[in-house]
Ligand binder design. Structure first.
Ligand code: DAH
Length: 338
């Protein structure tokens, strides 16, 4: 009996050309709940004891053969489908070009790594900021003229909210949450309502630095910046020009001596050899008071720089707009930089 069923199942029923529905029907006929194999199992009880073992083996054997046949059929159907659809699984794939980091991120990471070596960590803050963090706590009260130095985007329905005009707001946020010693860098986007041109854009990037501890001096500031410029540009000759920022006193603008070796040096330094790279100063005692840090006990310095400007200097890029145009030809030039 078993031999007959097996022969029929394997040799007479369905062939390699069968459709998936036919295979399924075959499966149900033999392996389904009311299928032939279950019928045979039902007979098991009636089989005399001495034949039970052999009977059981025969059922298993049959089940195995049928299952194998189903598998083989299914396989041949799926390979038919893939060859019908013209899909050639032996072809090698289309290579995907590797992307590269944006030059702004490359330089930002370089700057972060330079300051990491001397104990600075990275802090973050929101780009939609309130008046307190962007202005007031930084020693710019409501009608302070210094607010005009930065053309601000206000949020119409929320007059207290602005798109942050500088990363200095992160100084306040961080000092509200942490006590000295503080050593942070805050990189991020900032916004100003400026006409877009080769030299200015309404969104750009800054990196802010803040160092607060006991007995921090102006000499510490100068040394730190010298270390920074020599690591980033390989140039450690800097000069500090007196300047004004509401949140630092005294304040300075820092130039690095770029040199006058090439024609480009002449052009970018306007023949002076010096390039302005950042603003800085000793944190104003009023700022410390605003965040409940005792200015009698603690002092510190802060600095802020525009990343675009630095990338433009390092790579002699003449137009700030290329950073946001997403032109792959421009971005590909930086594919070797990390
Ligand atoms: N926030 C200033 C700006 O956007 C840059 C700056 C100057 C940051 C002096 C500072 C600083 O921390 O001490 O123009």
């Amino acid at each position: 009996m078993f031999e007959n069923i097996k022969k029929y199942a394997l040799e007479v029923e369905i062939f390699a050309s069968s459709k998936p529905e036919e295979i399924e029907q075959f499966r149900i006929k033999y392996l389904g709940k009311k299928g032939i194999l279950n019928d045979l199992f039902a007979k098991f009880k009636e089989v005399p004891n001495e034949q039970k073992k052999e009977f059981g083996q025969q059922i298993n054997n049959l089940k195995q053969s049928v299952t194998q046949k189903i598998e083989a059929m299914k396989e041949s159907v799926s390979s038919q489908i893939s060859s019908d659809s013209g899909l050639d699984l032996t072809r090698s794939g289309i290579p995907l070009n590797l992307g590269s980091r944006h030059p702004i991120n490359v330089v930002r990471n370089k700057i972060i790594n330079i300051f990491k070596k001397i104990g600075f960590s990275v802090a973050d803050g929101p780009e939609i900021e309130d008046d307190w963090h962007n202005f007031t706590a930084l020693n710019m009260s409501e009608f302070h003229p210094a607010r005009d130095m930065q053309d601000t985007f206000f949020i119409e329905k929320h007059p207290d909210k602005v798109l942050r005009t500088h990363t200095s707001s992160v100084q306040i946020r961080y000092m509200e949450e942490h006590r000295p010693p503080i050593r942070i860098l805050a990189p991020g986007r900032v916004y100003r309502n400026e006409d877009i041109s080769a030299r200015s854009h309404c969104m750009f990037h800054q990196i802010e630095g803040l160092y607060i501890d006991t007995q921090v001096s102006f000499a510490d500031l100068k040394h730190t910046l010298q270390y920074f410029t020599s690591e980033l540009f390989g140039k450690s000759e800097i000069r500090m020009r007196p300047s004004y920022f509401p949140f630092t006193e005294p304040s300075a603008e820092v130039d690095v001596y770029w040199g006058l070796e090439t024609e480009t040096d002449y052009r970018i330094t306007k023949g002076t050899g010096w390039l302005e790279i950042l603003g800085c100063g000793m944190v104003d005692p009023n700022v410390l008071t605003n965040v409940n840090i005792d200015p009698e006990k603690y002092s510190g310095f802060a600095f802020g720089m525009g990343i675009e400007r630095i990338v433009m200097l390092m790579h002699q890029i003449g137009d700030i707009r290329v950073f946001t145009e997403n032109d792959i030809r421009m971005l590909q030039q930086f594919s070797n930089e990390f």
